[in-house]
Design a protein around this ligand. Structure first.
Ligand SMILES: [Zn+2]
Ligand SMILES: [Zn+2]
Length: 371
């Protein structure tokens, strides 16, 4: 026959919770393994005391035990003889130190701001230039609407965790060697919820997919991180929500290259004739096309710019430029007509040796003469 739990604690069946608590404390002091090193019987007694207190120290469990049914029905009968607190006992060794170092003033951890959420999204180059509004879809946890995040069924409220006294941590060991660790009963929150909310099961959070509209400012650069305040995870116990950060990836344009200085660059091929004679050429802009002047004698790689036609500046004031890099295209093949024309050109330019200056600088000693 298993020992009566009241006997273990040396209290009457009519003892108040306070009396049970006091009796438990006194016994713990007496039989604590640290005070009785290498005393197996003290250790066993200590385990017995803790197991008894785990039940009687908790009003609900005590009622259950008194009625002789429920989860403690098999407690006495089922346990092996002489070892009433063996496998079948309601508490493991981890419970042994519960409530020993019940510190005063424990209020549990404070509210916890919700986590920030991160997401990224890709937009077209045009949208980046003009600005746009995006809808981002993110899975997130929200404050449960039924219990407003408390986790308790409406009409009930969370209670201080009986195991850690609301502290959220419990100490293992004593003196120099005590270690604090999160309370396993309340997972460090310091609270237990006697009647969990039926919607969220006591977590205070519901998981859902949320859609948010995010305004993307015109001129946004690739890799820009946009903060949407308060749209992160819900805070715990009434704390503010985190923020949502949306990282914008801008698809490259087949035409415009974004420069670090806030301008755009476009490579514009021009013909040899355009480079030599000059003229106006049609070039792409963000809103269509425009014509720009190419001066006579334009060199390969020369830059022409259209001011204020580039992306909006980050400060919202004005726009950058578009720089047009003019690339002279040398034909790889010539028609007969073109060859004749080039021959004529060469004839007309006879005497203009483009290397004269180079050779002069190299010095005239021993330069090869043809013929
Ligand atoms: Zn606790
Ligand atoms: Zn809820």
């Amino acid at each position: 026959m298993a020992k009566d739990l009241y006997e273990v604690l040396g209290v009457s069946k009519k003892a108040s919770q306070e009396e049970i608590k006091k009796a438990h404390r006194k016994l713990v002091r007496q039989y604590h393994p640290d005070r009785n090193p290498d005393d197996k019987s003290a250790e066993d007694r200590f385990k017995e005391i803790q197991a008894a207190y785990d039940v009687l120290g908790d009003e609900e469990k005590r009622k259950e035990y008194d009625s002789g049914g429920g989860m403690f029905g098999g407690f006495g009968q089922g346990a092996p003889q002489g070892n009433p607190f063996g496998q079948g006992a309601p508490s493991g060794f981890g419970d042994i130190f519960s409530t020993i170092f019940n510190r005063s003033g424990g209020e549990g951890p404070g509210p916890e701001r919700g986590r920030d959420l991160e997401t990224d999204t890709r937009i077209s180059f045009d949208d980046a230039m003009n600005g746009t509004q995006l809808t981002v879809t993110i899975p997130k946890s929200e404050r449960c609407p039924t219990c407003s995040g408390s986790g308790a069924e409406p009409g009930t409220s969370p209670e201080a965790c009986p195991r850690c006294g609301g502290r959220g941590v419990e100490a293992q060991g004593q003196g120099f060697f005590s270690i604090s660790q999160p309370c396993p009963q309340c997972q460090g929150t310091g609270q237990i919820i006697p009647s969990p909310c039926h919607t969220c099961g006591g977590s205070g959070l519901t998981h859902q997919t949320k859609r948010y509209k995010v305004n993307i400012p015109a001129g946004v650069k690739d890799g820009t991180r946009i903060r949407v305040a308060g749209k992160g995870e819900a805070g715990v116990r009434g704390a503010p929500s985190g923020d949502l950060f949306v990282t914008i990836q801008v698809s490259p344009s087949p035409v415009f290259k974004r420069l670090d200085d806030g301008n755009l660059e476009v490579e514009v091929p021009i013909s040899v004739a355009e480079a030599m004679r000059g003229g106006t050429v049609e070039v792409p802009t963000l809103s269509g096309t425009k014509r720009i002047r190419v001066g006579a004698g334009t060199q390969n790689g020369a830059i022409q710019r259209l001011r204020g036609e580039g992306p909006p500046n980050a400060n919202g004031k004005g726009r950058g430029d578009i720089r047009y890099r003019l690339n002279v295209v040398i034909p790889r093949e010539l028609t007969d007509d073109q060859r004749r024309a080039v021959d004529q050109l060469a004839e007309a330019m006879n005497g203009d040796d483009p290397r004269a200056d180079l050779l002069r600088r190299a010095g005239s000693k021993g330069t090869a003469k043809d013929g």
